[in-house]
Design a binder for this molecule. Sequence first.
Ligand code: PLP
Length: 392
Amino acid sequence: MKIPFVDLHAQYLSIKDEIDKAIAEVIAQSAYIRGPHVNAFEETWAKTVGVKRCISCANGTDAIYIALRGLGLKRGDEVITSAHSWISTSETITQAGGRVVFCDTDEETFTIDPIDVEKKITPATVGIVPVHLYGQPADTGAIMAIARKHNLWVIEDCAQAHLASYKGQLVGTFGNVATFSFYPGKNLGAYGDAGCVVTNDDRLADWMATFARHGGKADHIMEGMNSRMDGLQAAILNAKLPHLPAWTAARRRVAALYNELLEDVGDVITPTVKSDRDHVYHLYVIRTENRDALREHLSQAGISTGLHYAKALPFYPAYAYLGHVPKNFPAAYFNQSRILSLPIYPEMPEEAITHVANVISHFWSSESPKVIELTAANLIGIERRTPVLSDN
Ligand SMILES: *Cc1c(COP(=O)(O)O)cnc(C)c1O
């Protein structure tokens, strides 16, 4: 049985009539740029998240850049963000003129560690960009408390966390601004690139809307950029949005079954969800010291897996200039060799979930010669548990 990492076609087939009708309507109206579908999506998404304003844009990366510019980032300002994320979160800080300051993560949830955030604050710090990674909210209460105490703004990167909540409140409603991606594979995905920023601050919303549309149409009050969601993507998102709660529930069911089936398998650690957070499982990420061998075993069985991400951000060549070493980010570094994303999508059949779990179990069964008892990764793990706390 071949099992894909995600199956976007299965979702299309489940709502084919609605999608085809939406696309046909855009074409019949030639409503390609701006227009009724984009306006409707902005309105509905703001209502869904529970914020005053939603400004659509071309993708989730632009959304972060627009938010950073909207908050008035100046050259040399320091912005604190997570060492464990997709590079959009940090590259936009640099592009907007700021300096990226990475923070370590909580070893169990992979989200930014509030204790490290507070340690990294300097007089140049202006804001924090927490990421609700894999669909689990960051420790949002602690982050917001630090932001208030030090007078910093917060941009929530919600690209993986549509409808996730912290203490019963939806993500995207805590920070000064929140950003979403509607990349096809995201929990709410377009059929191409799309994204948005949301905020309760009307003045900021107006500025960001103007900036994202060339600094104004009739009157260019500044130089802006061209970042827009097109009508086709908006119509597709409008057709999909009513299904998002059911798809989110389905993702949770897939995760619950994986949790049950993988509970006592090898050294597998299933995702830890904090009691004050609701996880929407954009990704289902396990941890194991045998990651690479298990991944190969799954691949040979026709099961696709992913690494999110291959390395923690500070250890990519793009950030070599910061001169970081593993002990600067012990948890993020430790996890980069242990994380493995298993296939998950709302339409995933129960037999497929069971099959993945069985193939994983087989890896640890007596017939399988592939298990590494004490790997190099294991040894690093042991060292990691007695962290060196000197500088560097
Ligand atoms: C997908 C993603 C983005 C960027 O979204 P795009 O629409 O691909 O530009 C930003 N941050 C995180 C954490 C993401 O997963």
